[in-house]
Design a protein around this ligand. Structure first.
Ligand SMILES: *Cc1c(COP(=O)(O)O)cnc(C)c1O
Length: 418
């Protein structure tokens, strides 16, 4: 449940009119509801109250430092996938002892940084990485805490680009070889085994694959126990889906009770890395209609584009289109497109929508996850601001970029200056 609703014909974020924010900050912009963020976090956390657990919010879904701080204030740890995300998490105030570091391509400098900061553990994704982490820890004269990220070979029934726990995916290590690699890890002097991890994909709308994955990982944990290898943390990753259109994903309660049933006998602390399920429906992208073109095919040209929100282009994702001021009367079928010079630049395709006119404000719903974080400067478009509403007040938590920002890191070498 989120707090974006029409009141007296105008879309509001909590008690604040979206129109009034657009008037002050201009368009396009991302808009997040603090109350929704907290509510979603707490609903997830509450659902697991009968299981020893740590939530490590997945920073990559939305890594604005104010959003990170919101969850950290609620007691959350952070799941990071790069040195940059670790930097953000620490800047936002995360306790390093609650940070887990996943990803298939950790560089040595990133590993050293995370070791210096004393994070909770690395989720190791390959045999070579195991040795590199051991090597870096050795040069620092310390122990590196690790978990192996296993690939349980489960089809999560989601978009192939975000299915990560199947054999064909680049993520994790084959569950059948994990035992062998744990033995190897145990023999490496600068590694300390802390846990087991898996993350099978994103936007899952069924519980079955999660339970299947847990079963396979549980088997592994029991075998490890037989060999005297103690697993303190069972990291089950993220992946719970949300409603963008007509999906009916399980409520965190249902998800939790299935996990608790299957996992409660294990003497582990469970780690969860939710991202989308917490932030996805807590944010929208607000854009303004520039032009309409009617013909065999109708187009509504808005001032936001694929560089601002790439999900429709990248995954063919559905994002609901809502008029900020409620519109009566006829609908039209149109593509909602941006100003970028690519035919793949669309926010909605062949969609029934109100008969928009130039100047109308449009809300692209469910844009809180994998929205701003995936944005770019393509076509030299300054990235848009992010705004957070709380208790009737809005806060700009990231400024709109300027033209000067676009060229800040660029140089004209002297040989061109003649
Ligand atoms: C992306 C990712 C997550 C979060 O996934 P959601 O679907 O947003 O919950 C969690 N853990 C890892 C390792 C990830 O790569």
């Amino acid at each position: 449940m989120h707090f974006f609703k029409h009141k007296n014909g105008v879309l509001h974020c909590e008690e604040t009119s979206v129109e009034s924010i657009a008037h002050d900050v201009g368009t396009p912009f991302y808009l997040y509801s603090y109350r929704t963020l907290v509510r979603h976090y707490q609903a997830f956390d509450e659902a697991f109250k009968d299981l020893p657990h740590l939530i490590c919010y997945s920073a990559k879904a939305n890594s604005n430092v104010a959003v990170l701080r919101t969850f950290i204030n609620q007691g959350s740890g952070v799941d990071v996938v790069s040195g940059g995300e670790l930097f953000r998490a620490l800047h936002a105030g995360a306790d390093p002892a609650t940070v887990v570091y996943s990803g298939v391509g950790k560089r040595e400098d990133e590993i050293r940084y995370a070791l210096q900061e004393r994070i909770l553990m690395f989720n190791v994704e390959s045999y070579q990485e195991l040795h590199v982490i051991n090597g870096v820890a050795s040069t620092m004269g310390i122990q590196a805490p690790i978990a192996l990220r296993v690939n349980p070979d489960i089809d999560p029934k989601t978009h192939p680009y975000i299915a990560t726990g199947i054999k064909q995916a680049k993520f994790g290590i084959d569950v059948d070889r994990a035992l062998e690699w744990y033995r190897e890890a145990q023999g490496l002097p600068h590694l300390t085994i802390r846990g087991v991890s898996c993350h099978i994909g994103s936007q899952l709308t069924e519980i079955g694959p999660f339970v299947e994955a847990l079963k396979r990982v549980k088997e592994l944990v029991l075998k490890l126990g037989d060999e005297g290898i103690k697993v303190e943390y069972m990291d089950l990753g993220g992946g719970l889906g949300i409603t963008y259109h007509q999906e009916e994903p399980p409520h965190p309660q249902e998800y939790a009770s299935a996990i608790i049933t299957e996992g409660k006998a294990l003497p582990c602390t469970f780690i969860f890395e939710p991202g989308r399920v917490i932030v996805g429906n807590a944010g929208i992208l607000v854009t303004r209609v520039l032009y309409t073109k009617e013909g065999d095919k109708n187009f509504v040209v808005v001032d936001a584009a694929m560089n601002d929100l790439v999900r429709p282009t990248l995954y063919g994702s559905y994002q609901e289109i809502v008029s900020v001021t409620a519109k009566q009367g006829d609908e039209m079928v149109a593509d909602m497109v941006g100003p970028i010079c690519e035919s793949g630049d669309f926010l909605a395709r062949d969609r029934a929508m109100p008969c928009f006119e130039p100047g109308d404000l449009v809300a692209v719903m469910s844009a809180g996850a994998y929205g701003f974080v995936m944005s770019s400067n393509y076509n030299s478009r300054p990235r848009v601001p992010e705004v957070l509403v709380k208790d009737g007040v809005f806060h700009v938590i990231r400024e709109r970029e300027s033209y000067a920002d676009l060229i800040r890191e660029e140089h004209i070498p002297s040989f061109l200056e003649e």
